[in-house]
Write a protein that binds this ligand. Structure first.
Ligand code: DOR
Length: 423
């Protein structure tokens, strides 16, 4: 592996430094040989590689939508050095063998580290626990378990899952969506908009009632719960209450729930169909405030690539989900940093350190100091561009930011010293 000296980079805390990468690790820049390869980072920020707690890579099973190769290439372009691969694959990641298979795909094709998320229940059916312990003890070393895409609706199953994962300090990441309140046809936020547009809606309470139940089950079992893609003001209030009580709860917000709102659905463009749905501005405001004050601990992209034929349907029939790895940092910058709501050290906490801690990923989410793995994202904080979905490294084109002018921050991404993206 080539050694590299990054010169004159500014760190998140505002200090300027050289960073010397040798054999994938950060070492003292004073020891760099004079003829070493150099990268001039004058005017650029160097931040720890981003970590996504919530990515759908679709392989195995739906390689027409995304593969580990294309999904992690998109991740690298977005500044990520690690993604957590969700379990709603075909076959579902619910056994040690399935987990090791996804792990090996990541090792073979990944442009970043791929951490495997195991399913909570067999086949995501919500009935019988999957092989939680065997997945934890497998080579994939699974610590995050989620039926994401589906809610673990049965309280007793949830209690058992929380009890089980506690034995190896795992965490259950819940897709909070009461399946009765959000019926099978619900496809947008229940509001004046759902009425006007004639689309079946789901109320924000279909999320928060599950969050309220789960934090109480986490208290009962003294175990860890993680709330995926928080989208409502009510959920934020519940999480705030639970944290005050000392309950072990963490939460994530997606870039799209920070920026995009319900009225976009009026276009009936199925790119904007997502679960949980895009909410109204009061909810967006609550999510932004919670991400700033730490009630919401981290950003998760919920990158959900879909093949065109699964989106080319009437709104209520099309599959939910939007891609997000490549624009995640741009959206968080524009909504949170460029508005003065968040500083760079806090962004690093929300997009690198906190998601690495979620599943005890020790190789990621580390400060850029000597002796640490060289996972680095170089950022130009001033560059902007209009998003073109056709330019994506993802195989999918369901990009909700297409045509929008946004920051275009990522200049280079280095994963364990290897350049995985360079503009
Ligand atoms: O919109 C969504 N799509 N939300 C989820 O939770 C799952 C995801 C998918 O897998 O397509």
């Amino acid at each position: 592996m080539a050694n590299l000296l990054i010169t004159g980079a500014t760190l998140a805390d505002g200090t300027t430094t050289d960073l010397f990468i040798a054999d994938g690790v950060l070492v003292d820049p004073a020891s760099a040989p004079v003829d070493v390869e150099r990268l001039d980072a004058d005017g650029l920020l160097a931040i720890p590689g981003l970590v996504d707690p919530h990515t759908h890579l679709r392989q195995p099973g739906r390689e027409d939508a995304e593969t580990v190769d294309t999904g992690t290439a998109a991740a690298a372009r977005g500044g990520f050095t690690c993604v957590h691969a969700m379990a709603n694959l075909t076959p579902v990641t619910d056994t040690a063998e399935a987990a090791e298979f996804v792990q090996s795909l990541g090792e073979r094709d990944g442009h970043c580290e791929v951490r495997v998320v195991g399913a909570v229940t067999k086949g995501l059916e919500g009935v019988e626990l999957s092989e939680l312990g065997r997945m934890a003890n497998s080579r994939a070393n699974v610590r995050v378990f989620s039926d994401d895409g589906r809610c673990v609706a049965d309280s007793l199953v949830m209690r058992r899952a929380l009890t089980y994962v506690k034995s190896f300090d795992g965490v259950v990441a819940q897709h909070s969506q009461d399946p009765r309140l959000a019926g099978p046809t619900a496809c947008c936020h229940e509001s004046e908009w759902s009425g006007k547009l004639g689309l079946p809606g789901w109320p924000s309470q279909a999320e928060s009632v599950i969050v309220a139940r789960d934090v109480q089950l986490a208290e009962l079992t003294d175990s860890r719960i993680h709330v995926c893609h928080v989208s409502t003001a009510e959920s934020v209030e519940v999480i705030r209450w639970a944290k005050k009580r000392g309950i072990k709860v963490t939460a994530e917000a997606t870039p799209h729930h920070l920026l995009l709102d319900t009225p976009l659905v009026a276009s009936y463009d199925t790119t904007f169909k997502v679960n949980p749905p895009l909410r109204t501005s009061e909810h967006l405001e609550a999510i932004r405030e919670a991400l700033a004050d730490g009630t919401i601990d981290m950003v998760g992209t919920d990158h959900a690539p879909h093949a065109r034929q699964d989106k080319d349907h009437p709104f209520d029939v099309a599959l939910p989900g939007m891609i997000g790895l490549e624009q995640a940092l741009a959206v968080v910058m524009d909504v949170m940093v460029n508005t003065g709501r968040m500083d760079w050290p806090t962004l690093v906490e929300r997009m690198s350190f906190a998601p690495a801690r979620l599943g005890h990923t020790t190789t990621q989410g580390r400060p850029l100091t000597v002796g640490e793995p060289a996972n680095i994202t170089l950022v130009d904080p001033t560059a902007r561009a209009t998003v073109d979905a056709e330019q994506s490294r993802s195989r999918a084109r369901n990009n909700p930011y297409h045509g929008r002018e946004l920051p275009d921050p990522v200049v280079a991404t280095m994963w364990a010293g290897k350049v995985t993206y360079r503009r």
